[in-house]
Design a protein around this ligand. Structure first.
Ligand SMILES: *Cc1c(COP(=O)(O)O)cnc(C)c1O
Length: 219
């Protein structure tokens, strides 16, 4: 068995054990974050039947995934990185999910480009949950306005997404995200990475974004 497939199985089992103890029955999806890795390294996971993959750069994703996706219609591609408005046109053609919508300007551009090609991506709104100056994401005080706006322009919003502050215990942020998500009645929640996916799962994450623990350290 290829080591990436082995790693993914190990992660799935850890999550199952963890959630079993807590009597949680809903199992989150795992997005294998393949950014920086070449397609050769990704193919064994595809061959094993895994379908959700995450990338953070439009150009890199186009080069790596355009052909592969044509031949594997099951594959779901997730844009998890910062999205510039001038790349939206390409992003909505390739990606099935965009996790990083954090402004009306970006939301509007996505709606415009989607209507041109009659295709709809699934959207997460990225929240700057730690209120960090340098971080992407909508501020907590502006989430409600952004949700209202996105509904008005008919974006397909699944839920909220966050990257909690580094080097701080994330549980308090995950808990807050979970209750925010509930307050909007969203069904899906995107949070949890290699270092904290068990905790994220415990706080109702439905999409874990895991890179290094599957593919190894990025250079
Ligand atoms: C890279 C990345 C991940 C995956 O991080 P790992 O620590 O490698 O699991 C998850 N989410 C976002 C937004 C990322 O950019």
């Amino acid at each position: 068995m290829h080591n990436t497939v082995h790693n993914l199985l190990k992660i799935q089992n850890r999550i199952k054990d963890h959630l079993n103890i807590l009597n949680i029955t809903k199992f989150p999806k795992i997005i294998a974050v393949s950014k920086t890795f070449k397609i050769d390294k990704i193919l064994p996971l595809i061959d094993s039947g895994h379908i959700d993959f995450g990338e953070n750069k439009v150009q890199e994703a186009l080069e790596k995934w355009t052909e592969v996706k044509k031949n594997n219609s099951e594959i779901k591609l997730h844009m998890i990185g910062k999205l510039q408005t001038n790349k939206v046109k390409f992003a909505v053609q390739l990606f099935d999910y965009i996790h990083s919508v954090d402004s009306e300007k970006l939301a509007k551009k996505i709606a415009e480009e989607e209507s041109k090609i009659n295709r709809k991506t699934k959207i997460f709104l990225q929240v700057n949950i730690g209120d960090e100056k340098q971080k992407s994401g909508v501020n907590k005080s502006e989430i409600e306005n952004l949700v209202t706006y996105c509904k008005k322009i008919n974006l397909n919003i699944l839920g909220l997404m966050c990257i909690p502050p580094a080097n701080i215990e994330p549980a308090v942020y995950f808990e807050e995200m979970s209750s925010l998500n509930k307050s909007f009645n969203f069904d899906e929640l995107s949070m949890g990475m290699s270092s904290d996916y068990l905790k994220a799962a415990r706080y109702n994450s439905t999409y874990l974004r895991i890179g290094a623990s599957i593919f190894g350290q990025r250079s």
